[in-house]
Design a protein. Structure first.
Length: 356
């Protein structure tokens, strides 16, 4: 099975990609709206087809990417029937299954953080995705969205702590950089819910947390009750229209050589190789401006900020770094030539000078 743990630093949210390599089908747990491009890029690079996004609950600290991914990849949206959300394709009850290829996840109702929480358990019970019901050495708050400390205590002990001791547990959030725990660890060491902590102790603790409401709650909850269908936020996710580009999992927009050949007169082509390479065997693209990578940070002002820039090097590695440097300098429309001059010449496109 293919498994990836992904992170959104703004909300400290973990998303989880699980894929069946034989069928190419995959599911994504708790996607984040702002990370949809990243997630699409990873799916494409791993040659996976997203069949469903799964929500552990209606989040209050970020907007889900479920709606956007359905629009772009035709995946289904799955979440608890008790969540109150509208627009889902699959409303899940206790023990409902969502399949991807030969594998499946089983949803187990674990309310308490909200009234509609699900923990997703992999078919062989080797891993489970607990949302906010159980965090690493902690748990989600219980003071809004139908939460109940008493209910959460029962959910964790009856549905999560009854899994095999070796079952790995993956939460929806962590604010300390921790990534995974296990049933045995949390039974023994969770200070809120572990060994020796009774229901009265837990409810007394949770009812006196006095936490402020999440900063994004007024935006996130209404959007997530519509499965993440955005309003104005959608405009920030529109793909660039100045060229046919591909977004990579590394976070860089790329353009193919044939596409650059067509639009070359309308963009700035930045060659970041050394002068000896610019005039070397591979030659250079007609009209390309030479600024070696080591000088780019100081010479970025030589480029027009209102015209798209395509960075070029030998293989595409240095030019990817050039895109990062220019982005930090305030440039918006940037792309890296995929494969660099090696690909450009391999595809038989004309270059000035050089020989191959």
């Amino acid at each position: 099975m293919i498994f990836r743990q992904l992170f959104d630093p703004q909300s400290s949210t973990y998303s989880y990609l699980l894929g069946d390599p034989r069928s190419g089908e995959a599911v994504l747990i708790d996607p984040v709206f702002e990370q949809a491009r990243r997630d699409r890029a990873l799916l494409a690079e791993l040659e996976l087809r997203l069949v469903a996004t799964l929500e552990t609950h209606v989040h209050a600290d970020h907007v889900t990417g479920a709606w956007l991914l359905r629009q772009q990849l035709h995946s289904k949206i799955a979440l608890s029937a008790a969540s109150g959300a509208k627009g889902a394709d699959l409303l899940l009850d206790h023990r409902s299954r969502v399949s991807f290829g030969s594998r499946y996840l089983e949803g187990r109702e674990t309310p308490g953080h909200t009234g509609g929480c699900l923990t997703y358990v992999l078919d062989d019970e080797s891993m489970a995705f607990t949302g906010d019901s159980l965090l690493i050495r902690g748990c989600g708050r219980t003071d809004f969205q139908g939460g109940s400390a008493r209910t959460l205590y029962s959910s964790v002990h009856s549905q999560i702590f009854t899994l095999p001791a070796t079952c790995l547990l993956y939460p929806a959030h962590d604010y300390r950089g921790l990534t995974v725990t296990s049933v045995d660890e949390e039974r023994r060491f969770n200070p809120r819910l572990g060994s020796g902590v009774g229901e009265a102790d837990f409810t007394g603790y949770m009812n006196n947390l006095g936490l402020p409401h999440p900063k994004q709650i007024d935006v996130a909850v209404p959007a997530n009750l519509q499965c993440g269908q955005p309003g104005d936020a959608q405009t920030g996710m529109i793909d660039p229209g100045w060229a046919p580009l591909t977004f990579t999992f590394a976070g860089i927009w790329e353009i193919q050589p044939s596409a650059l050949e067509e639009i070359a007169p309308s963009v700035q082509i930045l060659d970041v190789r050394e002068p000896s390479e610019y005039g070397g065997p591979l030659g250079h693209i007609n009209g390309a401006q030479l600024i070696p990578l080591g000088e780019l940070a100081d010479r970025a002002k030589e480029l027009a900020p209102d015209r798209p820039v395509v960075a070029v090097c030998r293989s595409g590695a240095r030019s990817a770094q050039a895109c990062v440097i220019l982005q930090r300098a305030g440039f918006k429309d940037l792309a890296n030539l995929a494969g660099g001059m090696l690909r450009w010449r391999a595809e038989g496109i004309h270059a000035e000078g050089g020989h191959v």
